[in-house]
Structure formats: structure tokens, C-alpha cells
Design a protein around this ligand. Structure first.
Ligand code: HEC
Ligand code: HEC
Length: 198
């Protein structure tokens, strides 16, 4: 189904190009086009195999906010800040809709069960559940999905939030204070818990 949709989109793109580029910048095919360079790291249609976070099925609003935060130097990154720099608001909106409309891919990670059990306890007792939901699937459009996200990325992201020397957007200040009392071991356990969820 997903494959079929991408070939339809690709055919649409090709058709548009042959007709002399009459593609509307906010239409979905433009999202597919601007999303193409992401595949090398985030996998086909954002369903990453682990070298970068899954972006397929993250909320469109969160994708839009966070791409702008990377671009504008508000969110510390190893590479995404440089990648996001090349894009206009319109292109970011189109790619955010493109990835936001996809469904979250099946979870194929194997995770340490003891660490995940410890992480689940912390998730409940530290109050993460209030915004991220029972299993890491938030209902609020500005809160990213954690369930089934790659553990390595989640772990690094939490360490970055905690590190006062690293830039984070105003929307992530709450994360900095939530994580301030947790050890690196606690953070690794939380990452294992979210990564273990479907
Ligand atoms: C060279 C590899 C690479 C490419 C290409 C790339 N990314 Fe990334 N992306 C990463 C890495 C690694 C991270 C983790 C942050 C960091 O270290 O930069 C990330 C993080 C992200 C996040 C944050 C996810 C979250 O859960 O908060 C989003 C959104 C994202 N990328 C979107 C994109 C989009 C859209 C494109 C295409 C325009 C793209 N990326 C291209 C490697 C890449
Ligand atoms: C008041 C709401 C709130 C609470 C409570 C909260 N979070 Fe978050 N969390 C957010 C928001 C909002 C973001 C996105 C921040 C941004 O814009 O970068 C986020 C982002 C994250 C991310 C990054 C995911 C990604 O894809 O980049 C992780 C991991 C995370 N939270 C874990 C936790 C943990 C662990 C706790 C408990 C210790 C917690 N959160 C408590 C609101 C909350």
C-alpha cells in the first residue's frame, strides 16, 4: 500500500516535470520531492533502519517545529542543523506533511528487558507519562512519539537535553528540567523502555 502510494507520487512528479513543472509547492508531490534526500539516513519514506531516528508518522506539527529549530540553530545536532539550513518554511511544511502522513513502521529492535522494566517504572514515577502517555505515544501534536523509536537516538537526545551547554528550543525547556535529576543509567533505562514499545 505504502509502496503503491509512493509510485503514484513518483509518477505524479514525473508527469509534472514533463508538463513543464506546474507543481504547486504545497502539494504532496512536492513533499515527496523535498523528502527524497532524507532517505539516505532516515530510510525509505522515513522508516529508518536505525542509523537515524524514525521520522515516518511523527506528528506533522512536531516535524515542522523541530526542522525549523534545527535550521535556526535552536536545537543542538550533529548533522541535522546543517541539513535543515537549506530549506524554506514552505519546503519544511511540505516535507513535514509528507512524513507526518506516513504510518509508524513496525518495531524490529531488540532491547534489554531488565533495563526496559526499570525504565517503565521511572516513566511512571517521574511524571513522563503525563505528556508522553502510558507507552510513549503522546496525544499532543507538539510532543514526539517515543514508542518504538531507536534507543540510541533517544538516549543521546535525552543527554543533549540535559546538557546545559547545548542549544534546545523553548519547547524543550520542560525536558531539561524533567531530566535534570536523572542519572545516565536512568536515562538509558528510559530509552530502553520507549524503544521496547510497539
Ligand atoms: C546524513 C544523515 C541524515 C540526513 C541526510 C537527514 N537526517 Fe535527519 N537526522 C539525522 C541524525 C543523525 C539525527 C539525530 C540528530 C543529529 O545528531 O543531527 C536526525 C534527526 C532528525 C529529526 C528529529 C527526529 C526526532 O524524533 O526528534 C528529524 C525530524 C529529521 N532528522 C528530519 C530529517 C529530514 C526531513 C531530512 C531530509 C530533508 C533529514 N532528516 C535528513 C541524520 C540525517
Ligand atoms: C510537560 C510535558 C512533558 C513532560 C512531563 C515530559 N516531556 Fe518529554 N517532551 C515534551 C516535549 C514538548 C518534547 C519535544 C521538545 C522539543 O520541541 O524539542 C519532548 C521530547 C522528548 C524526547 C525527545 C524525543 C525526540 O524524538 O526527539 C524524549 C526522549 C523525551 N521527551 C522523554 C521524556 C522523559 C524521559 C520524561 C520524564 C522524565 C519526559 N519526556 C517528560 C514534553 C514533555
Amino acid at each position: 500500500m505504502r509502496q503503491k502510494l509512493s509510485s503514484i507520487l513518483a509518477a505524479g512528479l514525473l508527469g509534472g516535470a514533463m508538463l513543464g513543472g506546474t507543481i504547486n509547492a504545497s502539494a504532496d508531490p512536492a513533499g515527496a520531492m523535498v523528502g527524497n534526500p532524507c532517505a539516505g539516513c532516515h530510510g525509505i519514506d522515513g522508516a529508518s533502519q536505525g542509523q537515524a531516528p524514525v521520522i515516518a508518522g511523527l506528528n506533522t506539527m512536531y516535524l515542522d517545529m523541530t526542522m525549523k529549530a534545527y535550521r535556526d540553530g535552536q536545537r543542538y545536532a550533529t548533522i541535522m542543523d546543517r541539513i535543515a539550513k537549506g530549506y524554506t518554511d514552505e519546503q519544511i511544511a511540505a516535507m513535514s506533511k509528507f512524513f507526518g502522513d506516513k504510518s509508524w513502521p513496525a518495531n524490529t529492535q531488540s532491547v534489554d528487558a531488565d533495563a526496559a522494566a526499570k525504565g517503565q517504572k521511572l516513566h511512571m514515577s517521574t511524571g513522563c507519562v503525563g505528556c508522553h502517555g502510558q507507552t510513549g505515544v503522546a496525544m499532543m501534536p507538539n510532543v514526539p512519539r517515543l514508542a518504538g523509536q531507536y534507543a540510541g537516538f533517544l538516549n543521546q537526545q535525552m543527554l543533549d537535553y540535559k546538557d546545559a551547554g547545548k542549544a534546545i528550543p523553548p519547547t524543550a525547556m520542560v525536558m531539561r528540567s524533567m531530566l535534570s535529576g536523572l542519572s545516565d543509567e536512568d536515562i538509558a533505562a528510559l530509552a530502553a523502555f520507549y524503544a521496547s514499545q510497539k
